[in-house]
Design a protein around this ligand. Structure first.
Ligand code: FPP
Length: 225
């Protein structure tokens, strides 16, 4: 079976740039191109949901210049590249606390999600100002505000995108083997795939290899075969 929902921790943009004597920001530019390549590849394969970890709740620790640059890239992806979504019938969604983003960035995210809501192909979710713990805390607060008892079902039902199924596969690039606060609730039974390749070097064939590896896994979800 192909995975229904793939989460991608795109790592190694900075190292990609350093290896070439370039500014870290250039690595992010290439990282965005890789994001589009992989989004297109996932859409061609027919993967229903892909979540990209674009900016974590911890990424504010980076320099103001780098943070500003990444925000600019996000706006570019959302606005200038909207035709890319249309051509590929890709619906763009988001997860994370966008109320803390610069208001122009937050507005672009809201607008793009609304404008692409009619596209029926692959759903690409951008995790922006996202932290897995933060999402769980916000879900619990929403459930309490709605007068609900707290249990697994009510927390799941109050996540940022309750209709998106849990993760089947998490891909992390650039040799790191950590979860880094990504989709903690949704990854309860996810398979992991680690690649040494830096994110800007990722191509459609790397995605195909990750999926082929996933297809060899035996998933028992805590039961026995
Ligand atoms: C990790 O590289 C990457 C990020 C912090 C996220 C930035 C991602 C993009 C700009 C791509 C955007 C993609 C889409 C689909 C909108 P790093 O800086 O941590 O690399 P390093 O560990 O080598 O320093």
């Amino acid at each position: 079976m192909t995975p229904t929902h793939i989460g991608i921790i795109m790592d190694g943009n900075g190292r990609w740039a350093r290896k070439r004597g370039l500014a870290r920001t250039q690595g992010h530019v290439e990282g965005l191109k890789a994001g589009k390549r992989i989004a297109k590849a996932a859409s061609d394969i027919g993967i229903p949901y892909v979540t990209f970890y674009v900016f974590s709740t911890e990424n504010w620790k980076r320099t103001a210049d780098e943070v500003g640059f990444i925000m600019g890239l996000v706006r570019q992806y959302l606005r200038a590249e909207f035709s890319f979504s249309r051509e590929n019938n890709i619906r763009v969604r988001y997860t994370g606390d966008i109320s803390r983003l610069p208001s122009d960035v937050a507005q672009d995210i809201i607008d793009t999600c609304a404008e692409s809501a009619c596209f029926t192909g692959t759903q690409i979710t951008l995790a922006i100002n996202y932290g897995g713990r933060d999402e769980i805390v916000r879900a619990v607060r929403r459930a309490l505000d709605n007068g609900q008892e707290i249990n697994s079902e009510t927390i799941s039902a109050h996540l940022d995108n309750p209709d998106i199924p849990d993760l089947d596969l998490i891909i992390r690039t650039a040799g790191e083997k950590r979860v880094s606060n990504f989709l903690l609730w949704e990854s309860a039974y996810a398979e992991f795939y680690f690649s040494d390749k830096l994110w800007p070097d990722w191509t459609a064939s790397d995605l195909s290899m990750a999926i082929a590896d996933f297809q060899k896994r035996e998933r028992r979800f805590g039961g026995i075969k």
